[in-house]
Design a protein around this ligand. Structure first.
Ligand code: SF4
Length: 258
């Protein structure tokens, strides 16, 4: 018998998801997480940059499964406070965070793309340091769990609790998609969940050091991300082309069979 093609598998999975999608809209985040763990086992992982929303999911997951998978895209441009939080998470929850890196070190990126690419072309920089590593990581998985909320950006406003991610070709699970920022903070305080101390210094949304600043009173919570650019997303949740392969980049990709 002929094995199903990737396209057939993808269609079947997308169809399966369509059958639970409507019911899932009424599920709690905990039930959604339990469904994801039961459905995909070690082929599902939480993706987090350790904002407060991600911390809620990590804490909830730890109460459902002791060996859930958690990964992060480490751009190598993160704040010391973020690295310190990663250490605290590993200690408190007894897990090892799977760290995924760009194929280019910061020095290699500077040699091949010039200095401070983030200040000239942040989309290209995010593609190299976030989108390509994420695509590589998602290639090992059947589903990923994110902490996006609908009211964060216009791109996220139509997200569903469980959906087919056509960009990366796997199931995307968004357990707290309908939560407000107030609900997130209530959970953090009620359950004594650790969080990035930068949040106490007017950084409601935290990414790379080069592209994050504190927000001023009255500004949108994401105004501190890519300040001065129209950009509001790093590209993980929107459709963007794969980065152009430079010679150094292509040679490293070939080595890992990408
Ligand atoms: S957030 Fe800024 S520094 Fe980080 S990958 Fe994107 S453009 Fe580069």
């Amino acid at each position: 018998m002929k094995s199903p093609t990737q396209d057939q598998l993808r269609t079947r999975t997308a169809a399966d998801i369509a059958s639970v999608q409507l019911a899932a809209e009424n599920w709690t985040p905990q039930r959604t997480l339990a469904w994801a763990f039961e459905s995909f086992g070690d082929r599902v992982a939480i993706s987090s940059a350790f904002g407060v929303e991600g911390m809620v999911l990590i804490d909830m997951a730890s109460r459902i499964s002791k060996d859930f998978r958690l990964f992060t895209i480490d751009t190598e441009f993160l704040f010391p406070e973020t690295y310190s939080l990663m250490d605290r998470i590993e200690e408190k929850y007894g897990i090892t965070i799977e760290k995924v890196y760009s194929l280019l070190s910061p020095e290699e990126q500077e040699r091949t793309h010039g200095t401070a690419l983030w200040s000239r072309d942040p989309d290209a920089c995010c593609n190299l340091r976030k989108v390509e590593p994420l695509r590589r990581k998602l290639g090992e998985l059947s589903a990923w769990i994110t902490s996006i909320r609908r009211d964060q950006t216009s791109v996220r406003s139509t997200a569903q609790r469980i959906e087919w991610d056509a960009k990366f070709g796997l199931v995307k699970v968004n357990p707290i998609v309908d939560w407000s920022a107030k609900q997130v903070w209530r959970y953090i305080h009620d359950h004594d969940v650790p969080y990035n101390e930068l949040h106490n210094r007017d950084y409601p949304s935290i990414g790379c050091t080069h592209c994050t600043r504190a927000v001023r009173p009255g500004e949108d919570p994401r105004a501190g991300r890519w300040s001065g650019f129209a950009k509001t997303e790093c590209g993980l949740h929107i459709i963007e082309p794969v980065p152009q392969a430079t010679e150094a980049y292509a040679s490293k990709a070939a080595k890992i069979g990408n």
